[in-house]
Design a protein around this ligand. Structure first.
Ligand SMILES: NC(=O)c1ccc[n+]([C@@H]2O[C@H](COP(=O)([O-])OP(=O)(O)OC[C@H]3O[C@@H](n4cnc5c(N)ncnc54)[C@H](O)[C@@H]3O)[C@@H](O)[C@H]2O)c1
Length: 285
């Protein structure tokens, strides 16, 4: 008698053979470039958005995101590798579902998770055994485990047994032409060993370098660490500009000279830069 195929083996095989259908929810600055990278990696992709105008633009092959060329978009649409819809029932057709919806701050500067919650509820409505759900939205450490998992498990399906859960932070840098989604190393983590292995296999087929970490909370913390680092350093250089202006010292000259130090320093430039300065090799936001 042959052994029944486990949910893990079945999804592994679909990812390895690129027959897995991938859903990307939220087709903005993060989701649309990701959908293109996944299609480029050889998977068929369905993009989901609540904004019908975006679907019309995609169907017409007309990109609304600078990082995605209309030729690339129309090519994937014409080949059938990429389609977009507002019909969330079709989430049930997807083997891997990646959530790229907004996570703005509330007026009290707390994270507004309502988009993640609504999206996860939509996924739960058609959830089936063998699906992998990945959160990419920026959020606080613990969200995948404490917010996403309970909503999905209300269906009776259990993470790490029936379904697989993961987190992979987005590192998109809109306007930066030196990097594309596929060339930026991708942090990945899964809920359990099998989800972790599936995350590495899926993203390994899409981006050049995958960096696994031990838990979804650690992956969420990586993103927060990167954002805090950036925010603190932008604030610092803005403060230094005020001080140096008062002292008659040119902040640009100082930053340009400081960045020649080959270790322990990363250049950030003050706000309100001109286009000419922004296009220099100094790292901004
Ligand atoms: N833009 C960046 O540079 C950047 C970089 C790293 C991480 N992030 C994070 O990535 C996430 C997405 O950001 P973004 O910049 O792509 O946002 P965005 O506003 O450009 O795009 C979000 C998309 O999600 C859609 N949407 C909203 N609610 C939805 C729902 N319930 N179901 C389906 N679609 C829905 C919107 O219509 C929009 O098209 C956020 O958590 C953000 O913090 C953004």
């Amino acid at each position: 008698m042959t052994e029944p195929v486990s949910t893990f083996s079945a999804l592994s095989e679909k990812i390895a053979s690129k027959s897995a259908m991938v859903g990307v929810i939220g087709l903005g600055y993060v989701g649309l470039p990701l959908a293109m990278a996944v299609a480029h990696g050889g998977f068929r992709v369905i993009g989901f958005d609540i904004d019908p105008e975006k679907i019309v633009r995609i169907e017409a092959g007309s990109s609304y995101i600078e990082a995605v060329a209309s030729d690339t978009l129309s090519g994937h649409v014409a080949s059938g590798a990429f389609a977009a819809t507002t019909d969330f029932e079709r989430l049930g057709d997807c083997d891997v579902i990646v959530i790229c919806v907004p996570t703005p701050l509330t007026k009290h500067r707390a994270p507004d998770l309502s988009y993640i919650v609504k999206t996860t509820e939509a996924i739960a409505a058609t959830l089936r055994r063998g699906q992998m759900i990945v959160l990419e939205s920026t959020t606080y450490p613990g969200t995948t485990d404490e917010v996403v998992r309970p909503i999905l498990e209300k269906t009776g399906l259990k993470s790490a047994t029936d379904i697989f859960l993961g987190f992979s932070p987005e590192r998109e840098d809109p306007g930066n032409r030196n990097f594309r989604t596929a060339s930026i190393p991708k942090i990945v983590a899964g809920d359990g060993a099998e989800a972790s292995s599936l995350m590495q296999a899926f993203y390994g087929a899409v981006v050049e370098k995958v960096v696994p970490v031990s838990s979804t909370a650690a992956a969420e913390a990586v993103k927060i660490t990167e954002n805090v680092f950036r925010a603190v350093n932008i604030a610092l250089v803005n403060e230094l500009k005020v001080v140096y202006d008062a002292m008659g010292i040119d902040i640009w000259e100082v930053v340009d000279a400081a960045k020649t130090k080959p270790f322990g320093y990363m250049a950030f430039i003050p706000a309100r830069v001109s286009a000419a300065i922004a296009s220099r090799s100094i790292r901004s936001t």
